[in-house]
Design a protein around this ligand. Structure first.
Ligand SMILES: [Zn+2]
Length: 282
């Protein structure tokens, strides 16, 4: 089950659902305009959020932006007919490639077999759309390069393309007056590949960009809300493992050994996963 939460005066969001891969959806409410962040994995996902916010007297979004091209962030766009859709130019280009695809079980399974779709997403799509699957890819109305600043009236959003291993078109949204950074999926590893992975350079460059924002609250699309401390811990883990991967030439056992020595404890399952993903990307 989702729930709706508010942070500060201007920001609302719905919590994620792992089973159907529904990410966090955000809404930034200014005095003049309202910006929705991500459209969700289906029209019903988007409509759920819109309806819940309407009950709370939050205005309908004037603008919607998507954090990157992945299905679970864009399939809800047809529910936002009167809303201006904004994305990075790269996101629009990637979305265009999805337009000719069929989303029948057979077509999805074929793509999984040929390696252009991943099992994890195929399962989630089938769960989100058990019966009818009328999926249409609505392309953004306006695109930007690198960075866009939007004044919603009393609240400013800075949308910046940060890239990273997960998807090179990833953008983050910095809600300046509330000191919230909507990170999307940017910090996760790459899923659309033979093996889930992180690249050292891409990750270190991404972390530099993320740390340049002066934020107190961080939103990760499939994790939820992180405090500054929790986010710093994530960043430290990624940086350390990135450096150890380099130092140990991608030798897994050696990385594990050195990291354990540093931490003076056994590693968690999450830490071992991250090591595996850096080794895969090495
Ligand atoms: Zn993604």
């Amino acid at each position: 089950m989702h729930s709706i939460k508010q942070i500060g005066e201007h920001f609302w969001y719905s919590t994620p659902i792992a089973e159907t891969d529904r990410p966090v959806l955000g809404m930034v409410v200014g005095n003049r305009k309202t910006l929705m962040i991500d459209a969700g994995n289906s029209e019903s996902h988007a409509n759920y959020f819109l309806k819940e916010l309407q009950k709370r007297h939050v205005p309908h979004p004037t603008i919607v932006t998507v954090t990157h091209w992945h299905w679970d962030h864009i399939f809800g766009l047809p529910a936002l007919k009167d809303t201006l859709i904004i994305s990075s130019r790269e996101t629009k280009e990637e979305m265009r490639k999805l337009q000719p695809l069929s989303w029948s079980d057979e077509a999805i399974d074929d793509r999984v077999r040929e390696g252009t779709e991943i099992e994890f997403c195929a399962v989630a799509i089938k769960k989100e759309y058990p019966d009818e699957r009328n999926i249409s890819i609505v392309l953004p109305d306006a695109v930007f390069e690198k960075r866009l600043e939007i004044d919603l009236g009393g609240i400013t959003c800075i949308i910046e393309q940060v890239g990273g291993s997960h998807a090179s078109d990833s953008v983050v949204i910095y809600i300046k007056e509330e000191k919230i950074l909507f990170v999307g999926d940017a910090i996760y590893c790459r899923l659309y590949a033979e093996k889930w992975h992180y690249k050292i350079d891409e990750t270190l460059q991404l972390l530099d960009k993320l740390e340049a924002f002066d934020a107190d609250t961080y939103i990760l699309s499939h994790t939820g809300v992180l405090s500054k401390e929790e986010f710093k811990r994530e960043v430290r883990t990624l940086r350390t493992i990135a450096h150890l991967t380099e130092l140990c030439n991608g030798e897994k056992e050696e990385i594990v050994h050195k990291y354990k020595e540093q931490l003076k404890r056994e590693l968690t399952a999450d830490e071992l996963d991250v090591i595996e993903q850096f080794v895969n990307g090495y």
